[in-house]
Design a protein around this ligand. Structure first.
Ligand code: COA
Length: 157
């Protein structure tokens, strides 16, 4: 793994949005909603999913870390913290397809966990879709244990 992990900078925004859209095809609730119910309003699931990155930046830009390889942003992880509850959450993680399988995803998770520990968090949580075999393999191997399964419902109004 030759990628360096560094804090997010505003200039990284478009790159991590593109990585998000590429990575979450078939493994995001927004895409699943669109597949089940069709396009919603004038916006597709890609726009909705990329918006989560804007939310991550607004909520805690200092908690986003990017992986850079040969001067290119190839992945990122976002984090949120509830200091009172001593709980850190990882809302988004993605590595561009060409850079996968080199340990960058794992390194980003370890970086986020170290960040949480430094900030005094006592628990870390992350979610994955049942349709995502990589998440279900990678997260337990990073020390997470499965806690619960949730079912998402949606209806057209
Ligand atoms: C999940 C993701 C970030 C992992 O990034 P990565 O840099 O390839 O991760 P790593 O190289 O550190 O590790 C990948 C692990 O997944 C495993 N893996 C790869 N393809 C797999 C598959 N089809 N089924 C099960 N496990 C798989 C690898 O064996 C590896 O495990 P190991 O470290 O125990 O050998 C990347 O696949 C991605 O961006 N996916 C699309 C977006 C996504 O799913 N994000 C997470 C949403 S919950």
């Amino acid at each position: 793994m030759t990628a360096a992990i560094r804090p997010f900078q505003p200039d990284d925004l478009e790159a991590i949005k593109a990585i998000t859209i590429e990575g979450f095809t078939g493994v995001s609730v927004d895409h699943a909603i669109e597949k089940a119910l069709g396009t919603v309003g004038d916006r597709d699931w890609k726009w909705r999913k990329a918006r989560h990155v804007d939310e991550d930046v607004t909520a805690d830009a200092a908690g986003i870390f990017v992986a850079e390889q040969d001067g290119e942003v190839v992945g990122y992880i976002s984090t949120r913290m509830d200091a009172e509850a001593a709980k850190g959450r990882i809302p988004n993680l993605a590595v561009t397809a060409n850079a996968r399988g080199q340990g960058i995803g794992r390194a980003l998770i370890e970086h986020a966990l170290a960040h949480f520990r430094t900030k005094g968090m006592e628990i870390a949580v992350i979610e994955t879709m049942e349709s995502n075999p990589i998440g279900q393999t990678l997260y337990p191997s990073c020390g997470f244990q499965e806690i619960a399964r949730q079912i998402h419902f949606a209806q057209r109004l």
